[in-house]
Design a protein. Structure first.
Length: 194
């Protein structure tokens, strides 16, 4: 004799949906197990209402600006301090005078990279500690596309070059220059001793 197996909850749901569309022909009803109640989804901790609550007569609040990429000065400032804190403080306040400077204004990336390598390595071999690299702030162009364009290719690329080989081992710290030495368009580069 065959053993009868019971229907799974999915099979019972499927049978109920079929049975609703069929017309019975004097047969006794089939007793199916009741479906288990569906578990409630857990409340989302990060879900917020789409509109913030407001009061009548309240002024409109501007939505927060979402900047997906941090600014260049923020990225440079996030690098851990690897030099003397007192010297770093004097340098960022513009109290230290750079011993040499290079101006990369108007150069293309292909022209500026070898010039920067030559300048930094020569400055380190000469025993200099603080040099100034002037990149300029870049020209603002009309932005017509859906993807925003960076302003100042050199300004963004120079900090990366200074951390990569062959300049990485020579550079101890890179910091945005003080206003009297160029501000956001220049960098202080503190070199390691040979």
């Amino acid at each position: 004799m065959r053993r009868r197996r019971s229907l799974s909850p999915e099979e019972a749901d499927l049978w109920r949906s079929v049975a609703r569309t069929a017309r019975p022909l004097h047969s006794p009803p089939i007793h199916l197990p009741e479906p288990a109640p569906a578990p409630e989804p857990p409340p989302l901790a990060h879900a917020r209402p789409r509109l913030s609550p407001f009061l009548l007569g309240e002024k409109h609040r501007k939505p927060e600006k979402h900047d997906l990429a941090p600014g260049l000065s923020d990225l440079v400032a996030q690098v851990p301090l690897r030099m003397d804190a007192g010297t770093h403080a004097r340098m960022t306040r513009g109290k230290l005078q750079p011993e040499a400077r290079i101006d990369l204004h108007g150069m293309t990336l292909a022209e500026a990279h070898p010039e920067l390598i030559r300048f930094i390595l020569n400055a380190q071999s000469s025993g200099l500690r603080l040099v100034l690299v002037i990149t300029g702030k870049g020209k603002r162009r009309e932005d017509t596309g859906p993807i925003p364009q960076r302003v100042g290719a050199l300004r963004h690329q120079v900090p990366h070059w200074l951390h990569l080989s062959p300049l990485g081992p020579a550079v101890l710290q890179v910091t945005e220059a003080h206003l009297k030495h160029g501000g956001g368009g220049a960098y202080y580069v503190y070199l390691r001793k040979r």
